[in-house]
Design a protein around this ligand. Structure first.
Ligand code: ARG
Length: 455
């Protein structure tokens, strides 16, 4: 690299393509122009360039933006990146005055600015998309408020729960995701412009003014750090990786529940595909792809972490590798959230199949133990009694409610007639603690969820 233009000194076509970022950083055109306009305004306000020069620059930058948006702009690989492409076009339009725009600025603080502007915008979109998915989950939970389903641990039936409670577990996960993106926003919201190449700039610039123009609430406090910090990219990708992990867990359950073995739900046809040779099939491709794309988002996080590892201060060209992974992360997360919000709305719950799954009522074993505890038996003992009782019932091919009084008594004299009052409904209702699955608690949780979506 040579000279202020940053162009390769002797063009080798392959090397030129190798260093060029324009195929992907053109996505930053709007942020780049917005940043340049604020910078030009500040330069004029500080008397570093003439007001008329700033006006010419701003006017032309605005028309370049329109050219790009109309598809009329010719991006050139030999001009490397979005910054040089726009500046070169500005020169074509207004000649030497264009050269004044880059006063008190370097591409190093410029790219840091563009990326921060982009991440800030994307975070608010991400949060909105998570909210939309949360709203779909709440809707599905509300529509099936009274449905009791088996709760699982180790994918073995454990205790009955409300389907709404299960769905709201995902609501809480996505709530944390929103908080993580919000935290990331706070650290992204720092203006790096004014750091120059690495050391600051020898002009009387007004960084606070630029920050206000661009909507930043803080300015960076160390020029070296400001041009070489990509923590905000890593944080976005880390938060995205976690959100995708949550989506993949939801995806997995939807895939499982819509299998013919479970049959708990049916996913709307718009979100499933048929098989070309097996006419009975409805494949949950959308859910499967979200599960698959999670791997790709994890990959981007590992990629940027590795790119940044051991980089000496300050800017290094390695950092140009931050963009493709970030853009793909944003796009993958956003489309995944959008299709899920749509898909969840189409889910039909098959209450008969769910009830069928709990026909053998061994899922009430814990409640039998709790019953004995209420009659005074220590929990560990009660657990042992019910373990033997279950073994017995299973060996006889009977459910708990099919066992006679005498059969119960064989295992503990504490069993009375009221043992038959233990049902799926009583089991769920009994768990009336904060965060528990009782209808009362889930009712509260639904209200809270609705509040959080609005807020
Ligand atoms: N295209 C570069 C990037 O994305 C912009 C900064 C280049 N700075 C430099 N001095 N070469 O990182």
């Amino acid at each position: 690299m040579k000279g202020s233009s940053g162009k390769l000194s002797r063009a080798d076509k392959q090397a030129q393509n190798y260093v060029a970022s324009i195929p992907f950083d053109r996505r930053l055109y709007r942020q780049d122009i917005e940043g340049s306009i604020a910078h030009a305004r500040m330069l004029a306000k500080q008397g570093i360039i003439a007001k008329s020069e700033a006006e010419t620059i701003i006017k032309r930058l605005t028309s370049i933006r329109k050219e790009i948006e109309r598809g009329k702009f010719q991006f050139k690989t030999e001009l490397e990146d979005i910054h040089m492409n726009i500046e070169a076009r500005l020169f074509e339009k207004i000649g030497d005055v264009a050269g004044k725009l880059h006063t008190a600025r370097s591409r190093n603080d410029q790219i840091a600015l563009d990326l921060r502007l982009l991440v800030k915008e994307e975070i608010s979109k991400t949060i909105d998309k998570i909210k939309a998915l949360q709203a779909s989950l709440v809707e599905l939970a509300k529509a099936n408020k009274d449905v009791i389903m088996p709760g699982y641990t180790h994918l073995q039936q454990a205790q009955p729960i409300l389907l709404a409670h299960h769905l709201l577990a995902y609501f809480d996960m996505f709530q944390r995701d929103k908080e993580r993106f919000h935290d990331c926003l706070g650290r992204t919201d720092v203006l790096p412009l004014g750091s120059g190449a690495l050391a600051g700039v020898p002009y009387p610039i007004d960084r606070e003014f630029v920050a206000r123009q661009l909507g930043f609430s803080k300015v960076s406090t160390n020029s070296l750090d400001a041009v070489s910090d990509r923590d905000f990219v890593i944080e976005y990708e880390a938060a995205a990786a976690i959100a995708m992990m949550h989506l993949s867990r939801l995806a997995e359950e939807l895939i499982l529940w819509s299998s013919s073995e479970f049959g708990f739900i049916e996913i709307g046809e718009a979100f499933t595909t048929g098989s070309s040779i097996m006419p009975q099939k409805k494949n949950p491709d959308v859910a499967e792809l979200a599960r698959g794309k999670t791997g790709r988002v994890y990959g981007h996080l590992m990629g940027i972490l590795t790119t940044m590892k051991s980089l000496p201060l300050a800017y290094n060209r390695d950092m140009q590798e931050d963009k493709e992974g970030l853009f793909d992360t944003v796009d993958t997360l956003h489309t995944s959230l959008e299709v899920f919000a749509g898909m969840v709305k189409t889910i039909k719950v098959n209450t008969e199949r769910i009830a069928q799954a709990m026909k053998t009522d061994y899922i009430l074993a814990t409640d039998l133990a709790d019953y004995l505890v209420n009659k005074g038996l220590p929990f560990r003992k009660a657990h042992g009694v019910v373990a033997k009782l279950s073994e017995y019932a299973m060996s006889k091919g009977k459910n708990f409610h099919e066992l006679g009084r005498k059969e119960y008594r064989k295992f503990s004299p504490l069993f009375g007639g009221d043992v038959y009052k233990i049902t799926l409904e009583s089991s769920v209702a009994a768990r009336n603690v904060a965060g528990g699955t009782s209808p009362q608690q889930v009712g509260k949780a639904l209200k809270r969820a609705k509040r959080l979506i609005k807020g």
